[in-house]
Design a protein around this ligand. Structure first.
Ligand code: DC
Length: 231
């Protein structure tokens, strides 16, 4: 029986699990839209910091989320991120934003606004690969395909550190390690939309896999899953 479900591939997992690169590659292989939901939380965090908003003030942050325009536009193989019309693609990757995003992402009101926007993006696309923490559990519990990527902690730190170096973003490996540990903790323990594996997600441990191997695994499992659901 074919389950009526949105044409979304949900990819969840902790920072450094390979989600972003894998999601981008999978979207490219399928001609699907790539949606990076972490970029949305990052953009809002940047605005909150620039506006001097208290990051513990849930109401102020929710209000900010409502009045903020965040656009994700395909650019090259990735996305450009516009915050109220301003390109913030690189700025949102800085360590200060990375360290503060957990305070913004734990606010229930903020998440409700973001989830609304993410559902519109997914539903209006012909097909989308959406990556984040709560895509398979909250945003699209009825996604046609769900994957959960994970990897050993030290490997995730190495990946994030290399990424910063490649983008010439300041930060030591020690800082990256501390940030990742703190974000893992808040991502998994917050009340609203915690990082959690959906019961029907396929888990892929990417510790010893290359990006291409993970993408190939997703494409293969995706087809197998579809056959098993219509069979
Ligand atoms: O994937 P990322 O590192 O760019 O995400 C940045 C932060 O945003 C991450 O620490 C947790 C949060 N996030 C979230 O809470 N829910 C999502 N769907 C995506 C990201």
């Amino acid at each position: 029986m074919i389950r009526q479900s949105v044409n979304v591939i949900a990819i969840d997992g902790p920072a450094g699990s390979g989600k972003s690169t894998v999601a981008r590659g999978t979207a490219k292989a399928l001609g699907y839209l790539y949606i990076d939901t972490g970029a949305m939380y990052r953009a809002l965090t940047l605005k909150a910091v620039n506006n001097g908003i208290d990051l513990d003030d849930g109401q102020a942050l929710e209000g900010l989320a409502r009045e903020t325009k965040i656009f994700l536009e395909p650019r090259g193989e990735g996305l450009s991120v516009k915050l109220d019309g301003r390109d913030v693609t690189n700025e949102i990757r800085s360590l200060p934003v990375t360290e503060k995003v957990k305070y913004v992402a734990r606010q229930e009101g903020v998440r409700a606004e973001m989830v609304k926007l993410q559902r519109v993006l997914g539903e209006k696309s012909k097909g989308a690969v959406m990556e984040g923490r709560d895509i398979g559990t909250v945003v699209f519990p009825d996604a046609r395909w769900k994957f959960y990527l994970d990897a050993d902690f030290e490997v995730r730190v190495d990946r994030r550190y290399r990424e910063l170096q490649e983008k010439h973003i300041p930060g030591t490996r020690e800082e990256v390690s501390r940030d990742l540990e703190a974000r893992d903790h808040t991502d998994k323990t917050r009340k609203a939309g915690p990082l959690k594996q959906a019961a029907d997600a396929i888990v892929i441990d990417t510790t010893r896999m290359s990006i291409d191997e993970v993408i190939a695994a997703i494409l293969t499992k995706k087809d197998a899953l579809y056959v098993s659901r219509i069979g």
